[in-house]
Design a binder for this molecule. Sequence first.
Ligand SMILES: [Zn+2]
Ligand SMILES: [Zn+2]
Length: 199
Amino acid sequence: MGDIDTCGCKVGRVTAKYGRGDVDEWLIEEWQDEMSIRSLTAEFNKEIIEEELTAVGASRLEWSKTPVYEALHTEELSEPETIEIRRELERAGVDVEQLSSDLVSHQTVYRHLRNCLATSGPDEKSAEERREQARNRIYALQQRASLVTESTVESMQTAGVTNVGDPEVLVDVRIVCRDCGRSMDLDEVLTGGCDCPPK
Ligand SMILES: [Zn+2]
Ligand SMILES: [Zn+2]
């Protein structure tokens, strides 16, 4: 413990405060493994939330860290939902203002990785390598979704809940641009996408 281990940026201060000085290694590993800074930041913030919920003794059953995170740090939830969650957190003994001000932005996480930990992101890959990797990743996911669905249907059949002759499951991935409404398959996205400017 002590100053030596803490870089002094917000990530360093927050991890020290919540007793999570062990996250640096994880951040570096996941980043190099191509997890996006956005997802890393969400995971990091959820860890902090979990520490706080544990510290005040809020039961895991009552609290799921994802909606708490969404209420405190994103605009995913509606205003009444956000207010409700914040109110319940306060009732559970959480200092909501403090906790939400301890959550970090993805710029902060990026700077912590680049500057404090002197890491660089995943090795530069060619566009074709990236496409290949993306296809493999999505394909594996489709396989898995299809297997899980198939075995679920089979167990429903065994239980007499449903009846399908010989079920084959097809998993189709579509990506829709929220701006222009164009619906694309993975390959269309990987080889160009729509004409909207990226966000
Ligand atoms: Zn730092
Ligand atoms: Zn578009």
